[in-house]
Ligand binder design. Structure first.
Ligand SMILES: *Cc1c(COP(=O)(O)O)cnc(C)c1O
Length: 397
């Protein structure tokens, strides 16, 4: 196994990933398939290792945001069916087809451009139709007054000779919120989706793969699983929202560690880091740690967050820098250069989560894991040992 720089690193536990996949699979309606959503480098976890593990676990499909992510997975030998959830420039129809990719079709206009490109290249393209039932993002608008038009337009798209529509899907806006208004909205989205399917079926159009549930939908609405669910965040052991916390026994897959690089005593009146936002009131022991905002440890955490050193919490003191941050470790005996710092994970009795970090940053766990920087090596753990490393910066160590 390749070595890696023990500066800051993320441990990605493949056994926990397996546990989460099996937990979700056990929760699915019988016969329902699972698409593992591995966009954005598998939410920062490293898409190739994650996709390989998902394939071993019997996950049937992968979802990505764009054609480059799909091509990278193909280049690494991943053979599962892949749905490109976002828009691909129509000129790339041949490339999509050549790599056995399924493209989302979100409008008749786009379908016509894709058709023309596929016809020019002499290929037939697999597509899934995306309908918008209330998210107001991509899709044929299939709710409210536009519902009837959209059925006509989807029919026209499906009749195009170089497109093969094997699936149809929609996306929920508030499946993660359990309040009555949100639940009513989700049920309304589902009704609009089922209504569109019925109207299409009346025109002789049936789809093998009907899917609408993201992780939150999968967890909260088993009656909406249909033929497939699209699970992202739950694979990685993170709750889609606080409302979903603990509903399935998921285990966080990623931990994040860094290293103390220097410890020093500063005196009363000395200030710490850029902007001099922290002034020592007494003799204070400061530890420099090799992680900063370029690694995904957001600058907004300056003066707010805490991490673990030698099993104890230490406050992030002064501004977070690009490559480093500073801790007040006055109360922790024995801290020295080389100590491991737990940013997310467990150290003895205490632990920290991406949810903790997200709350302090005013965002969600999704964004925190996606933003772990590319200079943080991903170290894959399985069966208690390290089984591989992805280093995006330098592969030579
Ligand atoms: C990202 C995404 C998902 C996965 O969502 P999670 O909340 O992470 O499960 C599913 N479907 C679509 C269309 C997406 O863009």
């Amino acid at each position: 196994m390749a070595d890696y720089l023990r500066r800051s690193w993320a441990v990605v536990d493949l056994d926990r990933l397996s546990h989460n996949v099996r937990t979700l699979q056990a929760h699915l309606a019988p016969g329902c398939r699972m698409m593992g959503v591995v966009k954005a480098d598998a939410y920062g976890h490293g898409d190739v290792y994650v996709a390989r593990q998902l394939a071993r676990l019997g996950v049937q499909w992968l979802g990505v945001s764009n054609i480059e992510e799909a091509l990278s997975l193909r280049a690494h030998g991943i053979q599962l069916p892949i749905l490109v959830l976002g828009m691909t420039p129509p000129e790339q129809a041949e490339l999509l087809c050549g790599h056995d990719l399924t493209q989302t079709v979100h409008s008749l206009e786009y379908a016509l451009l894709l058709e023309a490109s596929a016809a020019r290249s002499g290929v037939e393209l697999d597509v899934h139709i995306k309908v918008d039932t209330g998210m107001s993002r991509l899709g044929f608008v299939a709710h409210g007054g536009a519902a009837r038009d959209s059925v006509e337009q989807v029919s026209q798209a499906c009749a195009l000779p170089h497109l093969r529509a094997g699936g149809i899907f929609t996306h929920f806006a508030v499946a993660d919120e359990l309040g009555e208004a949100s639940a009513a909205f989700t049920r309304g989205q589902f009704r609009a989706f089922m209504g569109a399917l019925e109207a299409l079926e009346a025109r002789g159009l049936r789809f093998g793969l009907r899917h609408c549930c993201n992780s939150a939908g999968t967890i909260n609405y088993p009656e909406m699983h249909l033929d497939m669910v699209r699970s992202g965040i739950a694979l990685y052991g993170l709750d889609p929202s606080p409302d979903c916390a603990g509903r399935l026994a998921l285990r966080p897959v990623m931990e994040l560690y860094s290293t103390v690089t220097q410890v020093k005593l500063i005196q009363e009146g000395d200030t710490v880091s850029y902007g001099r936002c922290f002034t020592a009131r007494r003799s204070t022991k400061i530890a420099a740690v090799a992680i900063g905002y370029a690694d995904g440890y957001g600058r907004e955490l300056s003066g707010k967050a805490r991490v673990l050193v030698r099993g104890r919490f230490a406050n992030v003191t002064g501004r977070v820098c690009m490559d480093q941050l500073l801790l007040d470790v006055t109360h922790i005996p024995g801290v020295e250069a080389g100590d491991v710092v737990t940013i997310v994970g467990r150290d003895g009795e205490n632990s920290l989560s991406f949810d903790d970090m997200a709350r302090l940053s005013g965002t969600i766990n999704y964004e925190k894991v996606c933003l772990i920087g590319k200079r943080v090596p991903r170290v894959y753990r399985q069966g208690g040992g390290d089984v591989g490393v992805v280093d995006y910066v330098y592969q030579g160590l």
